[in-house]
Design a protein around this ligand. Structure first.
Ligand code: TXA
Ligand code: MG
Length: 328
């Protein structure tokens, strides 16, 4: 066990301290607008390997590299494509991660030996300032998966990080509650037909519109399954069961189905709770993981959840709920 320092993203000296810890090979949980990330200096192989040990994550699962501006992202790519450039300039800083072919600047530990790298600029000022400090010290950026144990629910507050990883990480930079609440959208931009690998804070519709202006297009990876291009449909680490609390999760398309199941389980003496489902999808997304955590008490056997409509941010919320409900 180590003592996890609590740092405040609102205090400039604390941001510098967090950067120093990272530069010294430490591991620090950082706030982003999506979820908290478990960060290490991406230039330091040993620090990056610590992330996998702390999370209990298989070493071949690649990590996202977070950078402070577009030029640092380009610096990691062997081919910074038109699709990558269009999306980066429109949506960064923001909840969008871009997959491109990597170059020799990216160590293999970060990408699990893959020839590609995923990059993004997070939309939290303190974190971008920290990234700038690290770049000035010669770092390519920070590698950061979500700051939870492998397969568990992602953290959206510093308190969640402490619950899961207190005593395992060197510090947590507290930036308050994450505003988006689900992980970033991941888009494979290696060709003029981009592929959406993970639904997230930037919606499929927004990506279609932006690429359309530039005569580029995007498909969902699911829609490639069974096609000639099916190899691009595989996204490592996007396991079917994921984001799962301890209690079993059941999901429903309609309110009446949910109520019927609720009554049925109660008759059987099974202890259920309903996951709150705000009608405002931004709120549903922002509070999703915090709600899952608070529903997941030892007194709960089953969490019942209503799926939002599959449009806009609803697609990401549905994806996370269905993964939480998948067989383990
Ligand atoms: O919002 C987010 O994306 C958060 C914050 C911290 O930035 N990060 C996050 O990281 O969700 P993680 O590691 O939990 O999820 C990243 C996903 C994984 O499924 C991983 O397999 C995929 O991105 N990924 C990363 N690099 C990849 C690569 N080179 N090729 C294919 N998939 C990649
Ligand atoms: Mg994760």
């Amino acid at each position: 066990m180590i003592v996890t320092r609590r740092l405040d993203a609102g205090i400039p000296d604390d941001v510098v301290t967090a950067a120093d810890i990272l530069r010294g090979g430490g591991v620090v949980a950082l706030p982003t607008e999506t979820v908290y990330g478990l960060a290490a200096d991406a230039s330091n192989g040993e620090a990056v390997r610590r992330i996998f040990t702390i999370k209990g994550r298989p070493r071949n699962h690649p990590l996202i590299v977070h950078v402070a501006d577009v030029s640092f992202a380009e610096h990691l790519a062997s081919d910074w494509t038109p699709a990558a450039d269009v999306l980066a300039r429109r949506f960064w800083p923001g909840p969008l991660s871009i997959l491109v072919d990597k170059n020799e600047n990216v160590p293999d530990d970060v990408t699990g030996g893959r020839p590609s790298v995923v990059v993004r600029i997070p939309a939290v000022d303190a974190t971008v300032r920290l990234l700038r400090i690290l770049h000035e010290m010669g770092s390519i950026g920070v590698a950061a998966p979500s700051a939870n144990k492998f397969g568990a629910v992602s953290p959206t507050t510093a308190a969640h990080v402490i619950e899961d990883l207190g005593g395992l990480v060197d510090a947590v930079l507290d930036g308050g509650r994450c505003t988006v609440g689900v992980e970033s959208t991941i888009v494979d931009c290696r060709s003029d037909q981009a592929v959406l690998l993970r639904e997230g804070g930037i919606t499929f519709e927004q990506i279609v519109d932006e690429l359309g202006i530039h005569e580029l297009n995007v498909v969902r990876s699911l829609d490639l399954e069974g096609s000639d291009d099916s190899s691009r449909a595989v996204a490592p680490g996007m396991l079917t069961s994921h984001y799962a609390p301890r209690a079993r999760v059941e999901v429903f398309e309609r309110d009446d189905e949910l109520s019927r199941r609720h009554r049925q389980l109660e008759v059987m003496g099974i202890r259920c709770v309903l996951l709150p489902h705000p009608s405002d999808i931004t709120e549903y997304s922002r509070d999703l993981y915090a709600s899952m955590r608070s529903c997941d008490s030892p007194e709960t056997d089953v969490i019942l959840a209503l799926l939002p409509e599959p449009k806009g941010l609803g697609a990401a919320v549905r994806d996370r709920l269905r993964k939480a409900a998948a067989p383990r």
